[in-house]
Design a protein around this ligand. Structure first.
Ligand code: SF4
Ligand code: SF4
Length: 369
């Protein structure tokens, strides 16, 4: 059995700090004590101000640091941003300013250690700071995600994979989203944060988790010792079926989904959250999958009038499927594994995932049949 604490909240520090301290003290069970090394892992995807809802809000990070300090622990705030340097993300997000005057170590993940996670992945490299900490505090942001539907507690721990290893893992899991979801759950289980507090006060909907998404007020924080349970409760709040979030599905397969989840607090019902279109990557007879992937499956497209040719997408693309043109970009849809990392890292919201007309029509026909 796992418990998930649900609280209404706003970004006003005089009320947010006691609320979060209360959540932390309900969950830490004395684990954070004098000289404990406590790794705090927010979502620091890319440089962005808090009103874009892309990163964990600075006041939530501040409250976590202050809580650790009050318990005599040694807080460290770290992540491995997909784009921009760690220092730039800390500055533009306002987190650096929010932490001013506090005795906290802020630095990007750089070193990794090998962790055995079992088949089919065997050994994976995970940030040494996360594996060596006495306690890990996970501070995800509630956001939609073009590839995985949402990024919540479990997915946030993927940030403990350092730098270019992230796109490499996308490439290794390829077009198989279930396999990628299993990888995410295995990394989460290896790091096993003691406390997860989700920032859903200003969440993100639409084609998240980057600049293509839209901020959406939900005024909620959730906390749990079990991020799998927390993610399941978010799905319940948003009317998402138990197995629609692939990491939930993988957690069930791996025996990590608790049989019973107790909700402490009032769970709101949100019926109009806008999710990205999640059309299947392949469907119908197997012999047609190659053709489908090239011509029918939802694909990244570029809005040329927004593209500034900054190069973030083609540098990050794990399949090397993007080529700059004089105007806009050229995608090699044979190579493209539909990870949508390009959409995630585009700083100008120039990319989106679109289903082809033919793909839409064929999928509907296959469904009917
Ligand atoms: S699509 Fe976005 S990330 Fe790619 S080059 Fe254009 S502006 Fe940069
Ligand atoms: S083009 Fe975009 S969606 Fe396709 S593999 Fe590259 S990053 Fe992933």
């Amino acid at each position: 059995m796992s418990s998930v604490l649900v609280r209404e909240a706003a970004y006003a520090y005089q009320t947010l700090k006691p609320l979060l301290f209360d959540l932390f003290s309900s969950l830490d069970h004395g684990a954070i004590r004098k000289n404990s090394r406590v790794l705090i892992k927010p979502n620091l995807l890319a440089p962005a101000t808090p009103d874009r809802a892309m990163i964990t809000h600075p006041l939530i990070v501040r409250a976590a640091v202050e809580y650790v300090l009050e318990r005599g622990g040694l807080p460290q705030v770290s992540d491995s941003p997909a784009i921009g340097s760690f220092d730039r993300v800390m500055k533009e997000s306002g987190i650096a300013e929010a932490l001013q005057g506090l005795a906290v170590d802020c630095r990007p993940f750089t070193k990794s250690v090998f962790v055995t996670v079992g088949p089919p992945f065997q050994k994976i490299e995970v940030a040494a700071d996360a594996m060596n900490a006495d306690v890990v505090i996970n501070l995800p942001k509630l956001k939609t995600h073009t590839q995985m539907l949402m990024t919540l507690g479990v997915k946030n721990i993927f940030g403990c994979i350092v730098g270019t290893r992230k796109p490499e893992w996308h490439f290794r899991t390829g077009i198989d989203r279930d396999k990628f979801a299993e990888l995410l759950v295995r990394i989460y289980a290896a790091v096993r944060p003691a406390i997860t507090i989700l920032d859903g006060i200003l969440a993100m909907e639409g084609q998240g988790p980057g600049k293509g998404g839209r901020p959406r007020e939900l005024n909620i924080v959730m906390a749990s010792e079990d991020a799998v349970a927390l993610d399941a409760v978010v799905c319940r709040m948003l009317g998402i079926g138990g197995d629609e979030l692939l990491t939930n599905r993988a957690a069930v397969r791996m025996g990590l989904m608790p049989e019973k989840i107790v909700i402490d607090g009032e769970l709101p019902v949100v019926t109009d959250m806008q999710f990205p279109e999640m059309s299947p990557l392949v469907f119908g007879p197997k012999r047609l999958h190659g053709f489908m992937r090239k011509h029918l499956v939802q694909r990244p497209v570029c809005n040329d009038s927004r593209c500034r040719h900054c190069g973030e997408c083609w540098r990050y693309c794990p399949a090397k499927a993007i080529e700059p043109q004089i105007k806009g970009l050229k995608f090699d849809y044979d190579k493209c594994i539909r990870c949508y990392c390009c959409i995630e890292v585009c700083p100008h919201a120039a990319l989106s995932a679109r289903e082809t007309m033919l793909g839409k029509a064929v999928r509907k026909t296959v469904k009917k049949g």
